[in-house]
Design a protein around this ligand. Structure first.
Ligand code: ADP
Ligand code: MG
Length: 272
């Protein structure tokens, strides 16, 4: 099997707790999670299996730890990752992704995006500190963000003012089938707070139209993308030649660090 045909899509299921009105209406909980298995029973006998299943009482950090942590670590090694929340209005996508942006949200209530943003900047700091402690050249990082909204077949740039939002965004496909956009505003950020500010700013300018099930729902799809560009020392260069062996510095030679650049995209896509 070639690497390309390897399936790297994982699907997790999260069951949210009942809301107050559902409790008042006496709604029954019709799901039961099989202990120790990523399986849910609907009613008594309809079983569905996923990569992970989170029951009513699952905490935000558990979801992050099981589904997202490794993806962010992978970004530091050059892998792209997308987290996509899918579900009916009111099912908990905004809560899980953490894009409600209620400023007063307690740390343990924070969802995937704020956690990933923190993780990313802590990861950057950790790698710099480790390289410095080891007496090496610290890696350099560049972080930028884009925030798009898909609404009624239209792509809007959430980092643009209302008038310019429909700007010149174009969707293209490259020769290997990869989808990319042009004309999208990219914001360069240097800290966790700056990146969160971008997210808040974009989230605020989203088109909101309430639906019966959820007064906060914007009925649009939003895609928040973080680009991470890392320049780090990769191999030892001996007398102008790249030497692949880690301990391959011959005595008396002048060693120069060679840098490699990794660019990764960590996109968070969610529907409100
Ligand atoms: P969606 O974005 O899918 O339309 P929301 O994330 O807005 O749904 O969730 C609907 C309501 O349920 C919100 O009031 C939200 O705070 C609450 N909710 C969703 N998931 C959970 C959860 N796991 N724990 C506690 N409350 C939740
Ligand atoms: Mg929502």
């Amino acid at each position: 099997m070639t690497a390309q045909s390897d399936c790297c899509v994982k699907v997790s299921l999260r069951i949210r707790p009942q809301m107050a009105n559902e409790k008042i209406e006496g709604c029954h909980i019709c799901t039961s999670v099989t202990p120790g298995e990523p399986q849910v029973l609907l009613g008594k006998d309809k079983a569905f299996t996923y990569d992970c299943v989170f029951d009513l009482d699952a905490k935000q950090h558990e979801v992050y730890g099981a589904c997202v942590q490794k993806l962010v670590e992978g970004c530091f090694e050059g892998y792209n990752a997308t987290v996509f929340a899918y579900g009916q209005t009111g099912s908990g996508k905004t809560y899980t992704m953490g894009t409600g942006f209620d400023v007063s949200v307690a740390d343990e209530e924070k969802g995937i995006i704020p956690r990933a943003v923190r993780h990313l900047f802590q990861g950057i700091q950790k790698r710099r500190t480790e390289a410095q402690a080891a007496g090496g050249h610290p890696p350099e990082f560049k972080v930028s963000a884009q925030f798009l909204e898909l609404y009624n077949e239209e792509i809007l740039d959430l980092f643009e003012g209302a008038r310019d939002r429909k700007s010149n965004i174009k969707i293209h496909e490259d020769s290997s089938g990869g989808i990319y956009t042009t004309g999208v505003t990219s914001r360069l950020v240097t800290s966790e707070n700056e990146l969160l500010d971008c997210l808040k700013l974009g989230a605020l300018s989203r088109t909101t139209a309430s639906t019966q099930m959820n007064a906060q729902s914007s009925r649009s799809h939003a895609i928040f993308t973080i680009h991470l560009c890392q320049m780090r020392v990769c191999q030892l260069q001996v007398n102008g030649e790249v030497n692949g062996e880690e301990d391959g510095v011959s005595e008396g030679s002048i060693s120069q660090p060679a840098y490699e650049t990794l660019t990764e995209t960590e996109s968070r896509r969610f529907q409100h």
